[in-house]
Write a protein that binds this ligand. Sequence first.
Ligand SMILES: [Zn+2]
Length: 229
Amino acid sequence: MFVGHYAASFALKPVAGRLSLGWLFLAAQFVDILFFPLSLLGIEKFNYVENYTASTHFELVFMPYTHSLVASFIWAGLVFFAVKRILRHTTHATRIGLVAALVVVSHWFLDFLVHTPDLPLFSDASTKLGLGLWNYPIVAYLLEAGFLLGALFIYLRATRPVSRAGRYSAILFAIALLIINAINSFAEPIAKDEITLSIIALLFYLSFAGVAFWLDGKRIPKAAESSGG
Ligand SMILES: [Zn+2]
């Protein structure tokens, strides 16, 4: 899954307090942001295989440290303690830490819907899971789009714009994400080697998070508005 992961970020931003939407974007792709560098280092592994599924061109060979269910919970736990520690002088630090951890762990469950059975429970030798919706590109695409738009709706209802940019930018951003995902799912791959693909993926994750950090300042929670006034 690609842009559908950001559904968790948008949907949970209303309960994430002062934690920026940008951090929640990084949390949603936390394990992928680790996976690509680890693959380049040879610690995890994927191969470029043209049309490996009807939607994707990679065979995910070895990723127990980032994409096993147990590893996902361990990373989420570390994120929880890190956020709680960093925000220790603020109210709701525990809740915000839990929200960030939940977004990290949501990655595995969303991946589970689309991946072919390549997501290990714990080690590479353990059972591998995945419902394989990537083999049905339209279904997989619509599922991601549905998650993203549903979550955007929750986000828009729970926040209000503080500037003209804040009024439309979240919607335009979501449309851009859907267009990029359409290209990703249905067009010829822009690169055909693991190194370029990894770099492109990381650049996308970081740029999307950059936009989300910017967007976060353009809309504020409605709840904060009423409790503040
Ligand atoms: Zn992933």
